[in-house]
Design a protein around this ligand. Sequence first.
Ligand code: COA
Length: 173
Amino acid sequence: MSVRMPVIALRAPSAADRDRVGAMVEATGVFRPDEVAVALEVFDDAVAAPGADYHALGAFDDDKLVGLTLYGPTPCTVSTWDLYWIVVDPAVQRLGVGRRLMAASEEAMGREGGRLVVVETSSRDDYAATRSFYEALGYHRAAHIPGYYAPGDDLIVYSKPLAPPTAGTAHDG
Ligand SMILES: CC(C)(COP(=O)(O)OP(=O)(O)OC[C@H]1O[C@@H](n2cnc3c(N)ncnc32)[C@H](O)[C@@H]1OP(=O)(O)O)[C@@H](O)C(=O)NCCC(=O)NCCS
């Protein structure tokens, strides 16, 4: 049996993609219901006022949203940006969609003057793949706060300096 490879296009999502965001976030199985609600709130803000506080970038396979990043400048910092959320539909994970989304999001942050990207995740076993993902993309563990999310569920902060944008860099989202 042959598996169809997704043909991915990156672009800003719209309010019409909201149900897909909820479905994808829930399908990963790692987020609590309150976290799903927060992801949707941030998504709503990002599509209602793109770039005001949050930016969204979607990965589409044939017009179906299969991946999403939500990011924005970190308040009270000089050019630090937070990657608030990344999710890839489990049906197309491990095919490079997340890597492409992160590369395009980092490029967009760099174009906006971003200097450093910070991302927070959990120490739980079910986030092992997520930690491997960030480490594969050049993120370094910058901080670790035991018991931050819950007893036994630590906060792990990753960071990555952004290369200054080069003249004529292609826009991809
Ligand atoms: C983390 C996530 C976004 C990765 O997306 P993805 O499209 O599957 O990742 P990619 O295929 O681009 O993987 C890039 C690299 O990351 C690493 N990686 C990704 N998934 C991995 C896994 N399950 N196990 C080990 N390494 C993994 C690999 O080095 C991989 O490169 P390779 O496939 O050439 O070996 C996706 O697994 C996901 O949505 N997870 C649930 C949501 C989540 O945890 N979000 C972050 C919250 S903090």
